[in-house]
Design a protein around this ligand. Structure first.
Ligand code: IFM
Length: 720
């Protein structure tokens, strides 16, 4: 794979990379994502047009996001040879993704009966018109040939858990479908300029044949306006659509680009991460969030996890407040699902889904992994014990408010959400009368290899955060919206909040400065990763459950380090260093969520060389493809948006040293030695700032200074 300034290129066709490149070369526009596959591919090559926010369940199978019919299918034969990279002779092949503008292209030279037949294709999913998919397909030859061209919307598509459509009708190049479970209408329009249906074309040597294909994909309420919407799009040429698409991308980059001087590899990796985040985030709705595998397919059921709030929302809150507000509002909108879940497990308040779908109901099952030895479903405790998710969604909302300075969501369900989450924890907590404290038992922290533990430090601290957030949100309401505050306090019992907040146990560093990950963690077998690996009997063995890691100190992903990352202003440098050194050798980094916490904490204590390794690990995760592909026998491939978010967090919070209080943004950087300059954009309480850092100085400029926001740079105060 070659990397340019704004593009990646696979310079030849590698059959064993088809799956990985499908994710690596993904294009998406927040409404849909299309995998980086060839136009002639089908379901066996995992072609997918994955839809954001549309879910379906077929029979007893897991509910998952829906893949729409494939609008870009093209089959071309030259004489008797099908121009398919999988089967034909090819003398050249290149696949390219332009990350500046979200454009996928390919160029393949097929050798057919002594002729060189060249196929070039370029496609994009419009950032300007979220329903529109566009493809330009060109064939040229150096000898006379006869082409047979078939292009259609292919309904024979990849699904992990069965078919999700009934075809209702097909006429005038419009395909009418309905989902199986909720009978949601889906309509796909197709307009081909230059070739329709099957086409026979005689091409003379030196000639070129081009056609353009525009498709419109609509579902739900949007179907009612689809005909008009599609017609408007088809009144524009491919080039006009491309131009407006590019200009949306230009303005996106204008608000979020990160520039690194002195390290081309890091520069591309961070931009590639931001490309993915910007591609997959819903732009025009607050009815869905960002799935853990983005829009690269149905892995993890297309569900949203804590990944969004803890790893991705920081980036959006500092670069695109409107989009971030939508993500926060999604959780407010889905509170009924969280309340249902709390009830189902015998608690009060709002227990958010571990794997959230459109209603907020949990797509996670109690048996979420198969035992690789027996093939039987294994009891996992992600769904019922990973309670920190309710605190994570509060974190997403409250940090959005603090960074944007916009607290309006509190009065449209936000305060209620924070209250219900804390009430859930209050109902979950165990009161220890002798030690006079609340504890949290039977939990799973970020490290999923240790289930049903007591007093996971990260979880307990996040619950304390929730209590503080409720306290502060109530204070804000009291001062800024008295009528709302009074009504809220009339309708809600808040008498328990103070007691719970003050007496909740949060594990502290011990005499060696180490925070125990959970009660009795230190009693577990002290072994190392190589030893554990040597005990594996089978490939892809699951280390959690009753598996290999459970009775050892080996952890799947940053856990105490996640605590030190989120609450980085609270702990002494010596505590951060001691815990980094203690936990790092035990950490498998078996989740792509792990590396950034290690990177951010290391950068914050001036260990830029430690940090750099983890920054590169998180920033290149979807470039190298160096991630787990299976959990037990479950395929978990795809893109890794939490890691993409983690790379921005490491660059900005870690190396950039950005932190904030309710009133002040602080910048205290520490760059890797070989970086000559780091430049990034920040939207801080409504003012757009550009921060530029080099060895000698930090420069901050504001687009439109208001003289009302406070920034400190290396402890010196400024107003912008
Ligand atoms: O949310 C994560 C979890 O922390 C580790 N397993 C994968 C999930 C989805 O990314």
């Amino acid at each position: 794979m070659n990397i340019g300034t704004w593009e990646i290129k696979e310079p030849k066709f590698l059959p064993d990379k088809v799956e990985q490149n499908g994710s690596r070369f993904l294009i998406a526009n927040g409404f849909m994502g299309y995998r980086g596959t060839m136009e002639e591919f089908g379901k066996n090559q995992l072609v997918a047009l994955n839809m954001a926010g549309l879910f379906d369940k077929n029979g007893d199978s897991w509910r998952e996001s829906v893949n729409a019919p494939n609008p870009f299918y093209v089959k071309v034969s030259a004489g008797n040879t099908e121009l398919n990279v999988l089967s034909a002779n090819i003398s050249n092949h290149e696949q390219t993704l332009n990350i500046k503008h979200g454009i996928h292209s390919r160029n393949t030279v097929f050798s057919v009966d002594g002729a060189n037949v060249t196929v070039t294709a370029e496609r994009f999913l419009s950032m300007k018109r979220e329903n529109i998919a566009a493809l330009k397909y060109t064939v040229s030859t150096n000898k006379d040939i006869c082409l047979n061209i078939e292009t259609k919307v292919d309904t024979d598509i990849w699904n992990i858990h069965g078919n999700h459509f009934t075809v209702k009708d097909q006429k005038d190049n419009v395909l009418y479908l309905e989902t199986i479970e909720n009978k949601i209408p889906v309509v796909v329009y197709e307009e081909v300029v230059g070739a329709t249906g099957k086409n026979e074309v005689s091409l003379k040597a030196g000639e070129t044949f081009t056609f353009v294909k525009l498709c419109g994909i609509y579902w739900g309420e949007k179907v009612a306006v689809s005909a008009e919407n599609f017609k408007e799009a088809t009144s524009l040429s491919f080039d006009e659509l491309l131009l407006e698409h590019k200009s949306v991308w230009d303005s996106i980059w204008n608000n979020c680009d990160v520039e690194i001087e002195g390290d081309d590899e890091a520069q591309f990796a961070i931009r590639y991460s931001l490309y993915h985040l910007n591609s997959i985030a819903p732009r025009n709705t607050n009815k869905c969030s960002i799935p853990a595998r983005g829009l690269s397919g149905q892995v993890y059921k297309g569900a949203a996890f804590w990944d969004t709030e803890m790893f991705m929302m920081p980036f959006f809150s500092f670069t695109n407040a409107d989009l971030c507000k939508n993500l926060a509002a999604y959780r407010i909108n889905t509170i009924e699902g969280a309340k249902r879940k709390a009830k189902e497990f015998g608690f009060e308040g709002a227990f958010y889904a571990w794997e959230s779908h459109e209603t907020g109901d949990d797509a996670c099952t109690l048996f979420n992994v198969n035992d690789i030895f027996t093939g039987r479903p294994l009891r996992t405790y992600f769904k019922d014990c990973q309670i920190h998710v309710s605190a994570d969604v509060v974190y997403g909302l409250w940090e959005y408010c603090r960074v944007s300075g916009d607290y309006s969501l509190l009065f449209s369900g936000g305060l209620e959400m924070i209250y219900q989450c804390l009430y859930f924890f209050y109902s979950y907590a165990v009161y220890k009368p002798l030690s006079k404290r609340f504890e949290l038992h039977n939990t799973v922290g970020p490290d999923e290899y240790h289930e049903r533990v007591n007093n996971n430090a990260f979880t307990n601290r996040m619950v304390k955060y929730t209590a503080d957030a409720l306290y502060n949100a109530l204070e804000y309401a009291k001062e800024n919206n008295t009528a709302y505050y009074e009504e809220f306090c009339t309708n809600h019992d808040v008498s328990w909040v103070e007691n719970f907040k003050e007496n909740l146990y949060v594990p502290a560093p011990n005499e060696n400065q180490i925070i125990e990950q959970f009660d009795r963690y230190f009693t577990l077998e002290d072994t190392d990763l190589d030893t554990l690996r040597s005990r594996e009997i089978m490939k892809n063995e699951y280390w959690g459950g009753h598996g290999l890691a459970s009775n050892t100190r080996i952890l799947k992903q940053a856990d105490v380090l996640m605590l030190l990352n989120v609450f980085r202003n609270e702990y002494e440098e010596s505590v951060k260093k001691a815990n980094w050194e203690f936990y790092e050798p035990y950490t498998e980094h078996g989740s792509s969520l792990s590396a950034c916490a290690y990177g951010i904490v290391a950068a914050g204590i001036g260990m830029a060389d430690w940090a750099y390794k983890y920054f590169m690990k998180t920033a290149t995760v979807d470039l190298t493809g160096d991630t787990k592909q299976y959990l037990g026998d479950m395929y978990i491939g795809g893109t890794h948006p939490a890691a993409n978010g983690g790379s921005w967090n490491t660059a900005v919070f870690g190396f950039g040293g950005v932190s904030y209080t309710d009133t002040t943004l602080d910048i205290s950087p520490s760059l890797p030695k070989h970086w000559k300059n780091l430049k990034f954009k920040l939207l801080w309480q409504g003012v757009r700032l550009t921060v530029s850092i080099n060895e000698n100085e930090v420069t901050v400029t504001a687009d439109k200074p208001t003289n009302a926001i406070n920034v400190t740079v290396n402890k010196k105060e400024y107003k912008f």
